[in-house]
Design a binder for this molecule. Structure first.
Ligand SMILES: *[C@@H]1O[C@H](CO)[C@@H](O)[C@H](O)[C@H]1NC(C)=O
Ligand SMILES: *[C@@H]1O[C@H](CO)[C@@H](O)[C@H](O)[C@H]1NC(C)=O
Ligand SMILES: *[C@@H]1O[C@H](CO)[C@@H](O)[C@H](O)[C@H]1NC(C)=O
Ligand SMILES: *[C@@H]1O[C@H](CO)[C@@H](O)[C@H](O)[C@H]1NC(C)=O
Length: 399
């Protein structure tokens, strides 16, 4: 009996030992400098980075692609999986985008594709060098406008994290998320001038379970935008502005049965942004649904339009329908709760739903928005909205 017990304990200890040793294996470092990268800010390091990634990806354990301090110029590149172990991409230094036309007129600067268990972090900076490129992309002033690359593009990435990174002057979107699942973004700072064209902060489509928190976004387009196929998106502790706010849509432009659902935006602030929280759909549009959306505990520090539903969204000259909207996007189960602060225009709450498909179950709960400009207090405007209001309502509710 004693023998047996001793043997059992021996087996247990051996087992614990193996587990212990296993988790103690340090990650293997793949330093881009060892692969020939040169931090002089002008050598194109794309090949060195790709070689480092390939070796890291093939390694069976925990891999770390290491980018030390210094400025590394990097062309358009895609880091692809699937990989044999978990991957970390550690950016300590600054990555500088290329001005070469071959790298300028693509859709991606740095892409990650088909990777599970990826961490991108390190406190470094991604400098998109957008200032030179923006004039090519501004379709308002340039009829030959061309799309420009997103700084980071995540396609088919699962169970992954992006944290402690800065992106400045992206040529187009800072971070683009497509067909991803279970991703967390935190402690990121995204910055581009208020007048830079199409510089969305984080753009999400066809993705599920995405969390964005503890971040500061000051940019030229939407701070965060969620389009078709965005599901279970949680956004909290984010400061936005300048920028176009946190937006859902536009929906219904090119496909029918698009959807956005399960969106929670809480404890965020909007500082001098064009919009605060916004849902927009094209008009006219195809049948789509935006549902189960909550915006709560939001501070408005002088955005132009704090609370917006716009089913008549049509910024270009292609709009042929004026007046009554014919959007066929059903917006339902939307809650605006605990939203306070100052609006920089008089209409602080503006809910313009579709005449063909009115918004359903919209709730306004504890709204307290002031306006300090000429012409009196803040007002609200609603059309085609079915819903209810509770608690404080300043401006006086139109529900
Ligand atoms: C994973 O490891 C195997 C051998 O251990 C190798 O043949 C394969 O190429 C590796 N996969 C990748 C993506 O590198
Ligand atoms: C992801 O990586 C972490 C740390 O390297 C590891 O503990 C975990 O098992 C991995 N998860 C998956 C699903 O591969
Ligand atoms: C809300 O966000 C602020 C910073 O934006 C943070 O300091 C605070 O802890 C957050 N509060 C809650 C309840 O999460
Ligand atoms: C609504 O969305 C939240 C996430 O924001 C999710 O947890 C919840 O289950 C959803 N509710 C319904 C009824 O789908």
């Amino acid at each position: 009996m004693a023998m047996r017990c001793g043997f059992d304990i021996f087996v247990l200890l051996l087992f614990l030992c193996i587990i212990g040793v296993n988790s103690a294996i340090p990650p293997k470092i793949f330093d881009v400098v060892k692969y020939g990268a040169i931090a002089d800010g002008k050598t194109d390091n794309t090949k060195a980075f790709v070689r480092a990634w390939k070796d890291a990806c093939a390694y069976g354990g925990r891999s770390r692609v290491w980018i030390p301090k210094g400025t590394f110029m990097l062309g358009s590149v895609s880091f692809e999986g699937s990989c044999n172990g978990s991957m970390a991409f550690l950016i300590k230094g600054t990555l500088k985008a290329s001005m070469d036309p071959r790298n300028m007129f693509t859709d991606t600067w740095i892409g990650f594709r088909y990777v599970n268990n990826l961490t991108v972090k390190g406190g470094g900076v991604l400098d998109g060098e957008g200032n030179v490129a923006w004039p090519y992309n501004d379709c308002r002033t340039n009829s030959q406008c061309k799309p420009l690359p997103a700084t980071l593009r995540f396609d088919f990435i699962t169970k992954s994290k992006v944290l402690n990174l800065r992106s400045i002057n992206s040529k187009s979107t800072h971070f683009n998320i497509f067909a991803c699942e279970d991703m967390e973004f935190s402690h990121v700072r995204l910055r581009a001038p208020a007048n830079s064209p199409n510089t969305d902060g984080i753009h999400i489509g066809s993705s599920t379970n995405i969390k964005i928190s503890h971040s500061i976004i000051t940019t030229g387009d939407d701070c965060i935008s969620m389009v078709s196929g965005s599901q279970n998106i949680e956004i909290y502790d984010v400061a936005c502005g300048p920028g176009h706010g946190i937006s859902i849509g536009s929906l219904g432009r090119s496909h029918d049965h698009e959807y956005v659902k399960g969106i929670s935006v809480r404890n965020c602030s909007f500082i001098g942004s064009d919009n605060g929280v916004r849902i927009k759909t094209w008009s006219p549009s195809l049948y789509s649904v935006a549902s189960n959306i909550t915006f709560e505990d939001i501070v408005m520090q002088s955005p132009s339009n704090p609370i917006v539903i716009d089913q008549q969204y049509c910024p270009s000259s292609h709009c042929y329908l004026q007046g009554e909207s014919s959007s066929a996007v059903q917006i339902k189960d939307v809650t605006f709760r605990n939203i306070w602060g100052i609006s920089s225009t008089k209409v602080a709450v503006n809910l313009q739903c579709s005449g063909a498909m009115p918004c359903k179950n919209v709730k306004l709960i504890n709204i307290d928005l002031g306006y300090n400009g000429p012409g009196g207090r803040a007002t609200s405007m609603c059309s085609h909205v079915i819903g209810s209001s509770y608690g404080k309502q300043v401006p006086a509710g139109c529900l």
